[in-house]
Design a protein around this ligand. Structure first.
Ligand code: ATP
Ligand code: MG
Length: 285
């Protein structure tokens, strides 16, 4: 059923990477929509999570992307040319990646990079862009924005680097953020800070957040809704609070394999991949 609040509507998305003369399909008909909510995409390594994120921004030059529908607020992403995508990428849909060190330019001060991100999308004087940058650094809970503005990427810790990346993503005020394993390189305290920032964005600014992770516990505690992926397909879709009632054997296996504080100290169950049929598909809205 169509969700009138949806920011994004994806139907039957298929993505194939070229492998020699043939194509290897790694996303095999994925359908979902995204409202002003936290949508988690979880699944084992190689299940196609990052490919979906990149396909939405058409950041896959060597892949074939097909879909029955890829609608972003009335814009057909599938039909959009590179010029149109340039106006969408970073400006209206942003992506936060796992390791900020690869995304920041090592030879420029972090403040200048954020200010530049602002000026690319807004006509503004250097002075205004600097002011806006300092505000953004404060918004991502950086205590001494003036000092951090002047640092080079190698001078910031992993956690601060991730918050700087978020500031850079947020400065053009996107409507959708795709966060691909945004906290997996962070320690527990910084992870909580980053999750809190993302949470505030959904609650206060009404953005739609796609949180990609292999961590089922993280996703089901943080998100409103969860898609479970396996071999390029969504095998289960549920409200996060309802994950315990999952029906697909793969999701049940994943849940059973989560350690519980205070639980028994016996060995954790091992996911039996043979029993879990590759083509069973159950979707619960
Ligand atoms: N550029 C590429 N060319 C060819 N195959 C690729 C490319 N990128 C990814 N793949 C393949 O596509 C499949 C899905 O990869 P993807 O990176 O989307 O998985 P993922 O779910 O994000 O995994 P992870 O949890 O390890 O990040 C994998 O089999 C991967 O090897
Ligand atoms: Mg990935």
């Amino acid at each position: 059923m169509d969700n009138p609040q949806a920011l994004l509507r994806i139907e039957n998305l298929r993505v194939s990477y070229r492998s020699g003369k043939a194509y290897n399909t790694v996303v095999k008909g994925v359908t979902f929509d995204l409202g002003r909510e936290r949508l988690g995409i979880v699944g084992e390594s190689g299940s196609g999570k990052s490919t979906i994120g990149r396909a939405l921004l058409k950041l896959l030059p060597t892949a074939k992307i097909e879909a029955d529908r890829m609608d972003f607020g009335g814009t057909d992403l599938l039909a959009a040319g590179e010029k149109q995508m340039l106006a969408i990428r970073g400006r209206r849909i942003s992506m936060i990646l796992q390791d900020p060190k690869f995304s920041l330019n090592p030879v420029h001060r972090v403040g200048d990079q954020i200010a530049e991100a602002y000026r690319v999308h807004n006509r503004a004087s250097a002075q205004i862009a600097r002011q806006k940058t300092l505000e953004m650094l404060e918004a991502v809970k950086i205590r001494d924005p003036e000092r951090v503005f002047g640092l080079y990427p190698h001078e910031v810790s992993g956690g601060m680097g991730q918050r700087i990346m978020i500031a850079m993503m947020l400065i053009p005020e996107p409507q959708i953020i795709i966060a691909d394993e945004p906290t997996s390189a962070l320690d527990v305290t910084v992870r909580m800070q980053v999750l809190n920032i993302l949470n505030e964005l959904v609650t206060n600014k009404g953005i739609g957040l796609i949180m990609i992770s292999h961590d089922l516990n993280l996703v089901r505690n943080f998100c409103d809704r969860v898609l479970v992926m396996r071999y390029g397909e969504v095998v289960e879709e549920r409200p996060a609070r309802d994950m315990k009632n999952c029906t697909h054997p793969y999701t049940q296996g994943l849940l059973a394999a989560q350690p519980h504080i205070g639980g028994s100290r016996g060995p954790l169950p091992v996911l039996n991949r043979e029993v879990v049929s590759r083509d069973t598909k159950e979707v619960h809205a």
